[in-house]
Design a protein around this ligand. Sequence first.
Ligand code: CXF
Ligand code: ZN
Length: 394
Amino acid sequence: MSATPPLFLSFKHNSTRGGTEVIKCKAAVAWESNKPLVIEEIEVAPPEANEIRVKIVTTGLCHTDLYQLYDNKHPDALPTVLGHEGAGIVESVGPGVTEFQPGDKVIPLPISQCGECRFCKSGRSNHCDEGWWSQRPDIMNSAVTRFTCRGKKVYQFMGTSTFSEYTVVHKNDLAKIDAAAPLDKVFLFGCAVSTGYGAAINSAQVTPGSTCAVFGLGAVGLAAVMGCRNAGAKKIFAVDINPDKFDRAKALGATDTINPKDYDKPVSQVLADLTNGGVDFSIECTGNVEVMRSAFEACVKGWGVSVVVGYTDLHDFASRPAQLISGRTWKGSLWGGYRPKDGVADLGKALLAKRLNLEEFISHKMTLNEVNDAIELMKKGQWYASSLFIIHDL
Ligand code: CXF
Ligand code: ZN
């Protein structure tokens, strides 16, 4: 990877004064859609009531960051700092924060868990009524921002903005993680691993001895494969049109790999032929509506469950009612179905129990200055798993 020359070697700031001062730091700012991010000096205001200022140590790049940059043309979305899969350390806390203190290791959360709303209290859903996902899903940022740059307000993508040396998040949007947690791995809990692993464990509820198919082997799909394996599936078909992705999928538990381009019949038919009528569970991790249909129709009649994970709000999708009436279930999964603070705690325990192979998810290691190179790789489909951007020294 050719390194872009660093634009800023370091920034001086007052990080030890209890969060009363503005921090000037480096961030990758998206000023316009379809244009490279610009490494800028931004101002990060001190945390206000119920907020926490976090020093970001590591972050990944996710397809949903690119969805915002290239597909989501909402006029109020920009400028913004992208990034929603990160890990860091609490720098300071605002009034009313008791759950966190400076020095805590934390994961910023792209969806909220207030603990008080109808949905949090129900115990049946992770669709908290607070935060951008509930209140501004089209704009994909929180109305409140603590960032400015060149005299302009800069929005915080998904309320997190991990492509910055510092960010400020609401207490509903932050989870504590064990002091021993490796920040160069657990940033994956912010999106890819929670989303894919939880889709298998919580949303599909994969059962021991079952047959599963995972469509799309990016980081989310790989995590879904790992979830199917840990749930005890006996067959896990990993499906992708890029065979370069198969080795990682096998390392995480795929028993079989399928490239739909190798067949002259639909992949749903290929899977039906291999499984005596269809898989028990399918998990779609591409955001492509044609793939969603294939995954659904690859399920067995009677009890097959198909879970849509890949995010898009741009296209309709379709199948035939007879497919549902034949006993299949088609459902969606947000952030793996976890209430996010609880999810980070669960995933932390699974990591401690050595049930998660997080090293398989890191395909590239870069610095924030190289973020545009990473975006190009992702656009070209050469982003074989996730990534690790080191924002501050580990
Ligand atoms: C996102 C999808 C939109 C809601 C927050 C999480 N998942 C992956 O990037
Ligand atoms: Zn994501």
